[in-house]
Design a binder for this molecule. Structure first.
Ligand code: BEZ
Length: 224
């Protein structure tokens, strides 16, 4: 059997600690439904979304993972790879992937990590003992091509995630990075973005003379 093993290179998070936004994404090597993978090598120059589910052959997880599967091409168009993880065996994953293809008409196109020894779950703080000691909660990490954690979403066992919100968060991060802006409440692509606040009086004067939508000197919006 291929055991998972942590790799500390480039990581600022130790086993058992909860990684935070801005941390380097912990690296690992583990068996997956696409063969043994080392995370950093598999990710390459792409964005990555690493997400845990509590257990194979469970109903909410089945709806979530197939929805990620149906939208995998959209994520790929945003240069983003998906990878799932749970504390299940590779045999369980292989059987479940086939079953999901039969009952929900979606054969998962992305790898599932068989994290039987909890290496990935512990590196990413995916086990929340107050919720469950034997399974991972619904944790999701958006990781940029520099291998930095850029967003973290945690959901409990009994509530499925919103894949549209994951897509929106990824798009907002990429839009913010690409344009030096921020994204306001409920932002969706096509809407105005926030211009970063000025840091000097000269920038304040430039701001006041601009054609931005000016609600105040520190709150300006513009079209992209
Ligand atoms: C589910 O995916 O349906 C589920 C998994 C673990 C606990 C509760 C629900």
């Amino acid at each position: 059997m291929c055991e998972a093993s942590p790799s500390s290179e480039g990581s600022t998070t130790s086993r058992g600690a909860m990684p935070r936004i801005g941390d380097s994404a912990p690296d690992w090597t583990a068996p997956t439904t696409h063969g043994a993978l080392t995370f950093s090598e598999w990710q390459g120059d792409s964005w990555a979304i690493l997400f845990s589910h509590p257990a194979d052959f469970t109903p909410v997880c089945s709806t979530e993972l197939t929805e990620f599967g149906r939208r995998a091409d959209e994520f790929a168009q945003k240069n983003t790879k998906l990878i799932g993880v749970s504390i299940d065996s590779i045999h369980s994953h292989l059987a479940w992937v086939q079953n999901l293809g039969e009952i929900l008409n979606c054969r998962l196109p992305y790898p599932l990590i068989a994290d039987h020894d909890r290496t990935v779950a512990e590196l990413y703080g995916m086990i929340h003992p107050g919720e469950a000691t034997t399974v991972t909660v619904r944790a999701l990490f958006i990781i940029d091509p520099k291998k930095k954690i850029r967003a973290i979403i945690y959901y409990p066992l009994n509530v499925g995630r919103n894949v549209e919100e994951v897509m929106r968060t990824l798009t907002a991060l990429q839009t913010a990075d690409g344009n030096g802006v921020a994204c306001p409440v409920n932002w969706v692509p096509g809407e105005k973005v926030i211009v970063p606040p000025p840091k000097t009086m000269e920038e304040v004067d430039q701001r006041l003379a601009s054609d931005y939508e000016k609600l105040d000197f520190y709150l300006c919006k513009k079209d992209l």
